[in-house]
Design a protein around this ligand. Structure first.
Ligand code: DX5
Ligand code: ZN
Length: 226
């Protein structure tokens, strides 16, 4: 059976009991935790920063991926490193030079990821691809959990798969926004191998079972594409 990585986003979790919430998805086989960091400028919402992540780091060994939706992310990357994240997604328009950000992230021993908005013109971004091994295809406008899945960015998945088809190690393509049991198969079919889900996991009465169901439907499709 093909492996599809599942990264629950704590944006929709109960922040009064994050420890229990993380433990439940860890037991259910989550591949990592997606941490949505927002500054009220780059996106019109505020969430949390390194101080919260540093405490979460103590309760699980799962990989942490920070999705930085902040201005000048380069200023804060060392703080996220200290807090214990394993990978960092950056948006190409958030700082002066995304290649510098990728280098900075890699020099700290972390994995860089490139986040691509739904309405982004993807072809001009192609020269950046070689600096990243992870891609985060946004299927909602970043800023809030619980939004409806946008089908158009599925083409971004196909574009990245085709333009990296000669890479010795194919990149990881993660999809973020409106992922649930109906939409997960569509993005896996298009070539995604990582799924971020917030409300479809933590918005359900039993997050662990919701995670397992998403994995089952996604991996069934992945088997069919082989
Ligand atoms: C949106 C965030 C997402 C969000 C996804 O800006 O990047 O990670 O948590 O939430 P759902 O899965 O509810 O669309
Ligand atoms: Zn996110």
């Amino acid at each position: 059976m093909g492996r599809v990585a599942i990264y629950p986003s704590i944006l929709s979790a109960d922040f009064a009991c994050l420890k229990e919430q993380l433990k439940s998805v860890e037991r259910a086989g989550a591949d990592g935790i997606h941490l949505d960091v927002m500054d009220g400028h780059f996106v019109p919402n505020l969430t949390f920063g390194p101080i919260v992540i540093q405490w979460l780091r103590k309760i699980t060994t799962l990989p942490f991926w920070a999705h930085l939706m902040i201005e000048e992310p380069g200023r804060y990357i060392p703080e996220f490193h200290k807090a214990g994240v394993n990978g960092i997604y950056v948006h190409p328009n958030a700082d002066r030079d995304p290649v510098d950000l990728a280098t900075q992230i890699r020099q700290l021993g972390l994995q860089p990821g490139l986040a691509i908005n739904p309405d982004e013109d993807i072809e001009p971004l192609a020269p950046l691809f070689k600096h990243f091994e992870h891609f985060l295809i946004m299927t909602v406008h970043p800023g809030f959990g619980g939004q409806e899945f946008m089908p158009e960015p599925v083409n971004h998945i196909k574009f990245i798969r085709s333009s990296t088809s000669d890479w010795p190690n194919p990149p990881h393509i993660d999809v973020d926004g409106g992922i649930n049991v109906e939409t997960a198969p569509k993005v896996v079919w298009a070539g995604a191998d990582g799924l971020i889900a917030g409300s479809a996991i933590f918005g359900e009465p039993d997050p662990a079972s919701a995670l397992r169901t998403i994995r089952t439907v996604a991996e069934t499709v992945q088997d069919e594409t082989r």
